[in-house]
Design a protein around this ligand. Structure first.
Ligand code: M6R
Length: 611
């Protein structure tokens, strides 16, 4: 939700900021703006619309400053408009601020500022921030850089909610202050220059050396120096991290969209997730997790908590943990979990799955679980992301940057990692050794099997072309295939804007079958040998009523259906990794047929850092 970028160095800031914003646009894209300092005056250009529109605004290239901040917005408070776009300034135009997050007590802060004669030009929660900084600045007893920094610290102490902030001040044309609380922010260090961003991939082409800020750590940035401070103005040293990601990973690489690229990257991403974690005839290597047999024997259940696609991966995880570890597993949406009183304690192991590691509901759910004494494992794709700092243990999917709003490769990597974790637990528990050996073998085959699935996608494209004008599509599956139906249906909704629903195959006849009429499309997933006949009967019930059918299967049967997509045979527990791919592609091609922006679907943002 919102992307922020900053630059301080010896080059012109404007093109660097625009480049960074275009890479961060997946985080929000209803308005954009930048501000730079020139001759001790802040100059701002901002507007409603996408970064490309900002880039074509008259005079934008006349911004010559070598220090600047930029923002691409996903509106929360106030409609998309020029006034509500960031950067926001204080009433005297001394400070400019870009903000990602939400200030929950902004109404009280507005009242406070109004009582001191401040006025507001926007409907945003953010506009209180530059004005509060100004208020503290003019009332400060400090001089020089401490005055600037302390005004920011005093302001942050008053803010409730989440924020990643970049602040420039016309009195300090060679400095920038940045800080975060519960919203992401990284600082990249180059030679005599620094880059600031909401995520690493946006600035990976400039540097590989990054500082990862923790909550309430302030960075006072100059061209060749960064000083870190705590809330009490105490300076401290911070370790720099060298990121090994390849800069090309954040480029489209010849693909028309990130989503298609990421779908096609799945053989590679799964190879990376597996890494050296499993090999045949040897125990799994998961050095990050030191839970032993005694603990694993004592747990009464595993709770898997996540949102959206990550929750769908968790649903597959439930089947895997129950089958391999023989421990009951529950899955719940983080937004529900956090607002009830879940029955968990020190005997519960809670696993939180989040690609971005920044999802507000998932982080809040983790903190609730911790407060109840449960042990927590985070599964994330983003190194150093917020959730990894809160969890007892972190496992990284290593899927590489996922830029498209619709999650694809992160989902398959999450399932593989859950399977590896389940194997690791079962090995420690000393159970199901035969099943484990087979599962390991099948996991290792996945990358080349995905390559097979991706080889010929023409039937999927043709079917998309036939049905792209449809208003409703139904997805069905039994057992773990139902979890894939949910994911396929979500993909279709989010990037193609086609209404769709997913049902357990046997449930359809308990109500929703009333909606089936001539021409309706039914997508069915069928990967469990033991359930083939029953599932085919369910499909026939719908075909009889005139439905068009698109079936993804690894089973052999003679029945004729409109389209049958064959995927390689594998263990049912990891079958989602293969069977989801035709569904990702179906959603993708339908979206393309409709001429939509696949990577940036309406109303959505990649990382949901608000409740
Ligand atoms: O970053 P997270 O994995 O925590 O994100 C969770 C969901 O917001 C995310 O999976 C969302 O559902 C995707 N847009 C689905 O494609």
């Amino acid at each position: 939700m919102c992307g922020i970028v900053g630059y301080i160095g010896n080059k012109k800031a404007e093109p660097i900021l625009l480049n960074g914003l275009s890479r961060l646009e997946y985080r929000g894209y209803d308005s954009a703006g930048i501000a730079t300092i020139e001759n001790t005056a802040i100059k701002t250009i901002k507007n409603k619309g996408r970064v490309a529109e900002l880039a074509s605004m008259p005079n934008i290239d006349k911004l010559n400053g070598t220090i600047g901040i930029g923002h691409t917005r996903w509106a929360t408070h106030g409609r998309p408009s020029s006034e509500n776009s960031h950067p926001h300034m204080d009433n005297s135009n001394k400070f400019a601020v870009v903000h990602n997050g939400i200030i929950e007590n902004y109404a009280d802060l507005r009242d406070f500022l109004k009582s001191h004669n401040y006025f507001f030009l926007s409907e945003t929660d953010t506009e209180v921030i530059p004005n509060l900084i100004h208020f503290h600045y003019i009332n400060s007893k400090f001089e020089g850089e401490k005055r600037f920094l302390k005004a920011v610290i005093d302001t942050c102490k008053m803010l409730k909610g989440s924020f990643a902030l970049e602040i420039i001040c016309s009195d300090f044309p060679d400095n920038m202050v940045v800080v975060r609380k519960d919203s992401p922010l990284v600082i990249g260090k180059g030679k005599d220059e620094c880059y600031i961003s909401s995520d690493i991939p946006a600035i990976l082409s400039f540097t590989k050396d990054f500082y990862l800020l923790n909550n309430f750590e302030y960075a006072y940035i100059s061209r060749n120096n960064i000083k870190f401070f705590e809330n009490d103005l105490k300076e401290f040293n911070k370790e720099i991290n060298n990121i090994t990601w390849d800069a090309g990973a954040a480029e489209k690489d010849g693909y028309p969209d990130f989503m298609l690229k990421e779908i096609n990257e799945q053989p590679k991403s799964i190879r990376e997730t597996i890494g050296s974690r499993i090999s045949l005839n040897k125990p799994t290597v998961l050095d990050e997790i030191d839970l032993d047999k005694k603990y694993l024997s004592s747990i009464n259940k595993i709770c898997i908590v996540a949102c959206g696609t990550a929750m769908h991966a968790g649903l597959a995880g439930k089947y895997i943990f129950e089958a391999i570890c023989e421990i009951p597993a529950e899955v719940e949406a983080a937004s529900e979990f956090r607002y009830r009183n879940p029955i968990i304690n020190e005997k519960t192991l809670c696993i939180f799955i989040t690609q971005s590691g920044e999802t507000a509901d998932t982080i809040a759910a983790l903190n609730l679980a911790k407060s109840k004494g449960a042990k927590t494992i985070a599964i994330s794709n983003v190194i150093g992301s917020s959730i990894t700092r809160e969890a007892d243990y972190t496992l990284y999917t290593h899927a590489g940057p996922e830029i498209a709003v619709a999650s694809t490769k992160a989902y398959t990597s999450q399932i593989v990692l859950l399977a590896i974790l389940a194997i690791n637990f079962a090995e420690k528990l000393g159970i199901n050794s035969e099943k484990i050996a087979e599962l390991k073998d099948d996991i290792l085959k996945l990358p080349s099997q995905i390559e097979e699935v991706l080889k010929d996608t023409s039937k999927i494209k043709e079917f998309a072309n036939k049905i792209y004008k449809e208003k409703d599509v139904f997805y069905i599956g039994r057992g773990i295939d139902y979890t894939v139906a949910l994911e396929g249906s979500l993909k279709l909704k989010e990037i193609s804007y086609v209404h769709s629903e997913a049902y357990p195959s046997g449930e359809l006849k308990h109500g929703a079958i009333a909606l089936i009429e001539n021409g309706v499309t039914l997508v069915s997933i069928l990967t469990n040998r033991l359930l083939v006949e029953k599932s085919i009967s369910n499909i026939q019930e719908v075909v009889t009523r005139g439905a068009k059918t698109f079936i993804v299967t690894n089973q052999d049967f003679d029945n004729k259906f409109d389209v049958i997509i064959r995927v390689p045979k594998t263990n049912t527990l990891i079958a989602p990794v293969l069977s989801v791919i035709p569904l990702q592609l179906l959603a993708y091609y339908i979206s393309k047929e409709k001429g939509l922006d696949v990577d940036k679907p309406r109303n959505l943002a990649k990382s949901v850092t608000v409740e």
